[in-house]
Design a protein. Sequence first.
Length: 202
Amino acid sequence: MIACALTVMGGRGYFSLLCQPTGRKAQKVTDASPPGQRKLGTGMLILAWAAGLLLAAYWFSGVEERQQNPNQQPESQHLDNAVEVRLEANRQGHFVVDGQINQQTVTFLVDTGASFVAIPAELAEKMGLERGRSFMVETANGSAPGFSTHLQSLRIGDIELHDVDAGIVPGMGGDDVLLGMSALRQLDFSSRGGVLLLRQYQ
């Protein structure tokens, strides 16, 4: 067996390594590497730590996103006469799912209390949705004017709806689209134990 002891020689970055095989006289080995090599090694170590921290931050952000939206890639099940999509509730008990409007990716928040599919005005503008007649809508900040619009297609997994009535709501925060009853009434849906089943009959 070999016993070793490491001694740091103050302030200069040198070290002494004292190794002693059992029963033999100790032998002293001193780091004699040039200062440039030691600085290079330290720099590589710092870069490795930085890369590790970035990877950890990326991993944790992905975990947080999956917890907020556990249905980023909803799976579809094809039955004899229907297509079924199973959604899991997030930590707040809400059903959030990624889908498409007019073949553009959006994130839906299922809201059975909303009478129509509600789209934030900024998102609707980015998607090129046309504003129709105006109407008053209740938001978290009080009453505000909204605008009717028409969705050629709305898709969640393999469930696809066509000609869906929707509303553009100015002052609606965030980018989530409220999936209201103008879409949900075209489906059969049920919720139990933190799971929402959406079913479209063929």
